[in-house]
Design a protein around this ligand. Structure first.
Ligand code: DSN
Length: 423
């Protein structure tokens, strides 16, 4: 019996059920991934016991020698991985990373120019209910109606008209490579700072598959748990000239004590992404996404922009007379996890939009390749053709579970007859 099981059976049971769901199902949420066992182990270590407000060598608590070493390793690996001059690895998540940059660059009431949430942006890119939309004035660009690519004419026109203090590039639901240099040109021409939120595709940037924003942006923010495959957390990269102000914005500006167990897990994640095998992984993520996209298009789905350059695709399921909510629910019954998502120029509402967003980072971590993506695509299409047919969904679910059992999930201890802990 594990310690957790004997200490708190209710929580332990739910964790075990979640482990089973992760192992038996097909995880296609574009922002999720599976960490390595080492990342998972670091996140569950004694470092969670330690307060370390401040930065290495300048802490407000004693006993920080070892966590200082860990944070230095994380910072220097992040800089090496992305070719950055400075890294702050303390933000608890991507939202906090973005908030830290806004605190560094903006005063309340200043203007942000960012991508519209409905076109693929993020809550922290100035959505009216988010702090970013409440504290700052926001103006939004989007994608073109004909090809669903970022409308750079609109970006340039809005920058000229609204004179934003900061332009935000990067997206949560944009299936194409983003031209960071074009954003940098527009920012420079209009005297704005440029922040690139590369949370979704930072693993592809680390692998050299997606162009890097680091040489052209003033600030680059990211999470560490999507294509980068680390713990659930965030970080910011910037040039040396901004380092002091950025660090102050994170602490004491916005956070207190860093989560040092998660900083350690980030250090391990950056170390893993520096290995040559990570490049192969990231290339496979993109190959898998393109193969899955082709399979879905061949089966009758419309994809925003007609395909993908990265790890994700946005599928318009109204082409099959469904809504995103119906599609998400049916796929979940079939053991396939996706999220409903607005598509560009959606006429439906966010809680029941026209699309689903699908990503291949997690399945690729399990070792699946393009042949497997064709099978996954066939199951998705079968499910979408049978959303009302419970017995068909149950049949697909059992086929999916059997198929998934051939692909181990790194970081998850498989159940043995003797039992195992809940990780
Ligand atoms: N919530 C994340 C996503 O799913 O894309 C973005 O932070």
């Amino acid at each position: 019996m594990s310690t957790l099981e004997s200490a708190d059976e209710a929580v332990w049971k739910s964790i075990c059920q979640e482990r089973k769901r992760q192992v038996e199902g097909l995880e296609l949420i574009a922002s999720e991934n599976y960490t390595s066992a080492a990342v998972m182990e670091a996140a569950g270590t004694v470092l969670t016991n330690k307060y370390a407000e401040g930065y290495p060598g300048r802490r407000y608590y004693g006993g920080c020698a070892h966590v200082d070493t860990v944070e230095e390793i994380a910072r220097s690996r992040a800089c090496e991985l992305f070719g950055a001059e400075h890294a702050n690895v303390q933000p608890h998540a991507g939202s906090q990373a973005n908030m830290a940059v806004y605190l560094t660059v903006l005063k309340p009431g200043d203007t942000i120019l960012a991508m519209d949430l409905a076109h693929g942006g993020h809550l922290t890119h100035g959505m009216h209910l988010n702090f970013s939309g409440q504290l700052y004035r926001t103006t939004h660009y989007g994608v073109r109606e004909d090809d669903h690519r970022i409308d750079f004419d609109q970006v340039a026109a809005l920058a000229k008209k609204n004179r934003p203090t900061i332009i935000v590039a990067g997206a949560s639901a944009y299936p194409r490579e983003i031209d960071h240099a074009k954003f940098a040109d527009i920012a420079r021409e209009n005297g704005a700072a440029l922040m690139v939120d590369m949370a979704h595709y930072s693993g592809l940037v680390a692998a050299g598959i997606h162009n890097s924003p680091v040489p052209v942006a003033d600030f680059v923010t990211s999470t560490s748990h999507k294509t980068l495959r680390g713990p659930r957390s965030g970080f910011v990269l910037c040039r040396k000239e901004h380092a002091r102000n950025l660090d102050r914005s994170v602490f004491p500006g916005m956070q207190g004590g860093p989560l040092m167990h998660v900083v350690a897990a980030k250090a391990i994640c950056f170390g893993e992404a520096l290995q040559p095998s990570f490049k192969q992984y990231a290339q496979q993520v993109v190959d898998n996404a393109q193969t899955l996209a082709e399979a879905l298009i061949a089966g009758g789905l419309r994809l925003a922009s007609g395909g993908t350059d990265n790890h994700l695709m946005l599928c318009d399921v109204t082409a099959m007379d469904l809504s995103g909510k119906i599609a998400e629910t049916a796929l979940e019954h079939a053991g396939i996890t996706v999220n409903k998502n607005m598509i560009p120029f959606d006429t439906r509402k966010p809680l029941d939009p026209s699309g689903v967003r699908i990503g291949t980072a997690a399945l690729t971590t399990r070792g699946m390749k393009t042949d497997e993506m064709r099978r996954v695509g066939a199951w998705i299409l079968e499910t979408l053709r049978n959303t009302e047919n419970k017995s068909e969904l149950t049949r697909i679910r059992s086929e999916v579970a059997e198929f998934a059992s051939d692909f181990a999930v790194p970081g998850i201890v498989q159940e043995t007859s003797a039992g195992s802990g809940p990780v």
